[in-house]
Design a protein around this ligand. Structure first.
Ligand code: NIG
Ligand code: FE
Length: 441
């Protein structure tokens, strides 16, 4: 990164405190209201004709446009002409750093092979591991940047990026460094997760316990380099057992790192209960989640991370127990699970749609899942809604209502995106100009 001379650094610091007033928006604030909330507590935290004032990276005021504080002299004013504004999406489960593609494997599945057959034959995740190990860091970074730009087109302002296609200390570190570099470059905010316990690399074939020993030994080094915000594992009969995952979690806990888990995706391994026992931030996938798993998540306050992109792409038929999760009060999040093997999508609006159509979420649950609950699944409490004091991360859509965002599918891109109070240049992320006029003073 370039070093700024002292004088410019001061100017940048002052600009960072600039105030922007965004006017005449249909606001889905998600503040205060909950699905099923009593009358008078409007769904979506809805404000029909609203305004948002940002100061620096944060929201200084939100309310009806008619109540904008008198005498306000913002540095810039932006007229939104009734466009929809939502909190920026927090895509809290992605595998964004990798090389290669797996379209051929998808084709094999269409002809009858299963995800498990392909994994057992040594392909699947291991195919991507070989391609990722063979790619240099600039290539991995370039690919990750392109994917990040697509996510931002779909309104994402924070992304979680897992490693898990390196599976050696050297290659896991490279992938996590690329994720960190992407976050340093901005504007997309990045949280990193070490998923070294994703699959058994070929050099450890038949020696899963020895591989888990190695993963536990790598964690302190990766953490010392500042590369890890959380630790994840894949608990499944084609990956690692609950006992092996527990060892990884103990190593994470010893370093003070939060954990999360790919659990109950293809079978019930008791992974959710294991995750809950370690106070996990989230348990992810959950198609085969049991009643006792639901109770464990509820009492631990662990987020249920639903990934309808993988369910759809793998043509799964067993649904996650959404009604029971809802009844138990478990917060449900939604994410893309972007990866080349089970969910090659980069569109959060499409994920909202799939969450509603396939899993039976309401549009409001889907929006909360993609914002507030996604943030919670990352342990972040400073974003995911439009409220005073939270980060000024939001997306503007040429739509009237958030249910429109979840209803029609396959084409939604935001028209403007603000991350940390700064509007992201459309040329950076390829957003279309659809004629929203702006009046900057
Ligand atoms: O979240 N389930 C395991 N991991 C990924 C898939 C990884 C892959 O197939 O490359 C997931 O679906
Ligand atoms: Fe995943």
């Amino acid at each position: 990164m370039n070093q700024l001379p002292a004088a410019s650094a001061t100017l940048v610091a002052q600009a960072a405190q600039a105030t922007h007033l965004w006017r005449h928006a249909r606001l889905a604030t998600l503040a205060g209201a909950r699905a099923g909330a009593p009358a008078g507590d409007p769904a979506f935290g809805w404000i029909e004709d609203g305004a948002v004032l940002t100061r620096g990276a944060h929201i200084a005021w939100v309310g009806p446009d008619s109540e904008v504080p008198a005498g306000l002299q913002p540095d810039a004013e932006h007229e939104l002409h009734g466009a929809l504004v939502t909190p920026g999406f927090v895509d809290a489960h992605t595998h964004l750093v990798y090389a290669g593609d797996r379209a051929a494997e998808w084709e094999q599945r269409l002809l009858g092979a299963s995800y498990e057959d392909i994994a057992r034959a040594g392909a699947g995740i291991r195919h991507t591991v070989a391609a990722t190990r063979a790619a240099d860091e600039p290539t991995l970074l370039r690919l990750a940047r392109q994917r990040a730009a697509s996510l931002m087109e779909g309104g994402v302002t924070t992304v979680e990026i897992k490693s898990g296609y390196g599976l050696s200390l050297h290659d896991e570190a490279r992938c996590l460094r690329v994720a960190r570099q992407l976050g340093r470059e901005g504007p997309l905010r990045v949280q990193t997760t070490c998923l070294a316990a994703h699959a058994l690399p070929p050099e450890y074939a038949g020696r899963a316990d020895a591989y888990i020993d190695a993963v536990c030994a790598w964690l302190p080094a990766l953490h010392a380099e500042g590369l890890v915000d959380a630790v994840d594992a894949f608990c499944e009969h084609i990956a690692f057992s609950p006992a092996q995952v527990a060892r990884v979690f103990e190593a994470a806990q010893a370093l003070g790192l939060p954990v999360k888990l790919h659990a109950e995706q293809l079978s019930d391994q008791g992974g959710a209960a294991l995750a809950a026992r370690f106070g996990a931030l989230s348990a992810d996938h959950l198609e085969h989640l049991s009643d006792s798993g639901i109770a464990a998540l509820a009492s631990a306050g662990t987020v249920a991370m639903l990934l309808p992109g993988a369910f759809h792409f793998l043509r799964e038929t067993r649904l996650p127990p959404v009604a029971a999760l809802r009844a138990a009060g478990v917060p449900m999040a939604l994410a893309t699970d972007h990866n080349p093997g089970s969910s090659p999508t980069l569109s959060m609006p499409l994920i909202l749609h799939l969450g509603c159509v396939l899993f039976g979420l309401s549009p409001e649950e889907a929006l909360r899942g993609a914002t507030l609950h996604g943030a919670r699944a990352l342990g972040l409490h400073d974003r995911g809604a439009l409220a005073r004091g939270l980060r000024a991360d939001f997306a503007v859509w040429a739509l009237e209502h958030p249910r429109d965002l979840a209803c029609s599918f396959g084409h939604h891109r935001c028209t403007r995106l603000v991350i940390g109070g700064q509007e992201i240049g459309t040329q950076d992320i390829g957003m279309q100009d659809i004629g929203m006029q702006d009046t900057a003073r």
